[in-house]
Design a binder for this molecule. Structure first.
Ligand code: C5P
Length: 232
């Protein structure tokens, strides 16, 4: 794991970015981490690694919560690289591309509803972020780091989020359609917001940003201004 720390700050600044799929968390999180010299941690990739372990396991059924949680405890997940080129490895194998595939996306949305899986991931996330980080996910400001220095909740109209996801999906799968992507995002939003453990919700003290109709550069300027003001 490579740590990026800003000499300007010298402290362990934690910036939480939560929000639904396709809201721009990943792009903006990387930009903020780069600008501030902080470690960038994409917690979704950890749930994706668990999902891949389940898919690859011949003995673990994704519906068997106890078996999935036990697997989540045993696997080795490493996040490395810098904000511009992140690497995720599972039990020593680079799975950075594989975890973006559709089957992993689907299963990650299911395994992340299991409380014991969440507990295992949250523990790892707290360890990883303790020296400061930009961390994105669904429950960072509410559960993982409730005392984060700055909490953002990024949102955007579902149609716009589906368009953004479709553009990403088409890089791997030219057959991907808008209707299917919209349906998938709708279902994943439903699972994220209705699960009993750590549902997707803006923390009370989060700064909610709706990026609909705004460019990444505009949203970034807004976010960095807020962080700089907090640092004063
Ligand atoms: O962010 P991403 O889409 O890569 O996350 C994959 C899945 O992991 C999501 O469907 C979401 O349900 C879940 N997740 C979560 N909590 C987090 C990060 C991701 O439940 N902190």
């Amino acid at each position: 794991m490579i740590f990026f720390r800003s000499a300007k700050m010298g402290n362990h600044l934690i910036i939480a970015i939560d929000g639904p799929s396709g809201a721009g968390k990943s792009t903006l999180g990387r930009m903020l981490a780069r600008e501030l010299g902080l470690l960038y941690i994409d917690t979704g990739s950890m749930y994706r690694a668990v999902a891949l372990a389940v898919i690859e396991s011949t003995s673990t059924n994704e519906q068997d919560d106890v078996a999935v949680a036990s697997l989540a405890d045993r696997i080795e997940i490493d996040l490395g690289g810098d904000p511009d080129s992140l690497h995720v490895s599972l039990n020593g194998h680079d799975v950075s591309d594989r975890i973006r595939d559709e089957d992993v996306t689907e299963v990650s949305s299911i395994v992340s509803t299991i409380p014991a899986v969440r507990r295992a991931m949250v523990k790892r996330q707290r360890e990883l972020g303790q020296r400061g980080a930009v961390m994105n996910g669904r429950d960072i400001g509410t559960v993982v780091f409730p005392n984060a220095d700055v909490k953002f909740f990024l949102d955007a109209a579902i149609e716009e989020r589906a368009e953004r996801r479709l553009a990403e999906e088409r890089e791997h799968n030219p057959q991907a359609t808008y209707d299917q992507t919209l349906a998938d995002i709708t279902e994943r939003d439903r699972r994220d917001t209705t699960r009993a453990d750590s549902p997707l919700v803006a923390a009370k003290d989060a700064i909610v940003i709706d990026s609909s109709g705004q460019s990444i550069a505009e949203v970034f300027q807004r976010m960095i201004k807020i962080v700089r003001e907090k640092q004063r």
